[in-house]
Design a protein around this ligand. Structure first.
Ligand code: HEM
Length: 388
């Protein structure tokens, strides 16, 4: 910020302060007994103000000799021990300038803030980042060796409605919010390694600040959409006969054999229960704490640090898991993306990938047209097929 602008802002803040204090003085005169009582309250009994640094070591001197280094002040704060300071402002931890110094097992004497910083920088960032990269690499290798799955049966032209308009709207709302959150989260966590050297500090500073704001607002939208998604897809993700066989055969991923499954196979159900419900709820809950939207949580630095670590771990796992889902939903399986885009699949696709679901439709246990009106071809999957 230019110096003149900063001075103008400081001037404005001081002017506001004087205005407020003048108003407060008028009010105080009118309410003298109450003001006297408040003044008499003062700092709590036993409060000892930390000693200020020696004048030649003061911040002003440091600012000239070593700009940006205000170590003397922080040394004084540190030397004042774990004694909270005093402020008349309301709020939890308002009198605590930095967290108390403690000794964690296997670490030096430090603050919880520094311990959190080390967990973030030495564990979450390297291991979380490696996990995402390894999964992306494994998917790329799989695609290179095996190519897209399916497409072995010729289309019949008869269509089955796989997803209603509501299901697709909910799914894409969650997916779009997720991608926005994932991209902004990756820039915030890892951007300094791959964007900062390319775009420089100023541009990267603005970009990460903008994306942080986007992240904060997309989170609550994701939370609402996620709850609706869970309700919408809950029933067909319940375990059913055939899931264990699918799992034992590893979904046929390595053999290339299609294992019969219901509307959703056991792999999709694992993503639903593990990724959407467990990780989704943990990521959302910790994110809402970080957004300070959960009353009673996020008032102290300790709570924010725990929420941040939980959020970082769960979101790295979630991103790794959904890389697989996004791969299967786009280039990994022929026809899958069309299903979620248009809502319809060919009868052959249903028979090839979800044979038990197809059997249910043919037997009339599940409707082929789930929403009102007819599909794009107006036909239903009731015609006999060569499927046993
Ligand atoms: C760009 C991102 C995404 C793409 C391209 C995508 C694509 C797809 C596709 C094509 C399907 C249909 C699969 C089938 O017919 O069996 C599907 C199903 C589904 N997707 Fe996504 N998806 C994305 C992100 C997400 C996210 C972020 C979530 C949740 C957090 C999600 C949750 C689901 C659920 C619950 C289903 C229904 C199947 C099941 O219950 O497992 N998707 N997705």
């Amino acid at each position: 910020m230019p110096v003149s602008m900063r001075q103008a802002m400081i001037g404005a803040v001081l002017a506001m302060g004087m205005l407020v204090s003048a108003q407060a003085q008028t009010q105080a005169q009118a309410q003298a007994p109450a003001a006297d009582a408040a003044a008499a309250k003062g700092p709590p009994a036993g409060f000892v103000a930390p000693e200020l640094p020696a004048p030649d070591e003061s911040n002003a001197v440091r600012a000239r000799t070593q700009p940006g280094n205000n170590a003397p002040v922080w040394r004084a704060v540190r030397e004042s021990g774990n004694q909270p300071g005093y402020t008349s402002l309301p709020g939890v931890e308002m009198g605590v300038l930095i967290q108390p110094f403690v000794q964690y097992p296997g670490s030096s004497y430090t603050t919880a803030g520094e311990a959190w910083r080390q967990v973030r920088n030495n564990w979450i960032i390297p291991y979380g980042g490696s996990l995402i990269l390894i999964v992306a690499l494994a998917i790329a290798l799989f695609y290179w060796r095996r190519g897209p799955m399916g497409g072995h049966m010729a289309d019949t032209g008869r269509r089955i409605e796989r997803f209603t308009a509501l299901e697709r709207a909910v799914h894409w709302s969650v997916a779009i919010a997720f991608v926005i959150l994932a991209v902004s989260g990756i820039v915030m966590a890892f951007g300094k390694f791959f964007l900062l050297p390319v775009m420089g500090a100023t541009l990267f500073g603005w970009l990460s600040y903008a994306l942080k704001t986007v992240h904060n607002f997309a989170g609550p939208l994701f939370a609402v959409a996620l709850v609706i998604l869970i309700i919408t897809f809950f029933r067909d993700n319940m375990p059913r006969a055939g899931d264990t066989i699918w799992l034992k055969k590893g979904g046929g991923f390595l053999s290339g054999e299609e294992v019969p499954s219901g509307r959703f196979n056991a792999g999709e159900k694992i993503v639903f229960w593990g990724g959407v419900i467990v990780l989704g709820v943990v990521v959302v809950a910790s994110g809402l704490v970080l957004d300070k939207l959960v009353p009673g949580f996020g008032d102290t630095r300790g709570q924010m640090q725990i929420a941040h670590i939980v959020h970082g771990v769960a979101s790295a796992l979630m991103m790794a898991m959904f890389l697989g889902h996004i791969y299967m939903g786009t280039i990994g399986m022929r026809g899958a993306y069309q299903a979620m885009r248009t809502g319809y699949v060919d009868e052959a696709w249903a028979q090839e990938h979800h044979a038990l679901w197809y059997d249910d439709i043919r037997a009339g246990r599940v409707p082929a047209q789930r929403s009102g009106g007819s599909g794009p071809t107006g036909t239903l999957a009731t015609a006999p097929r060569g499927h046993a």
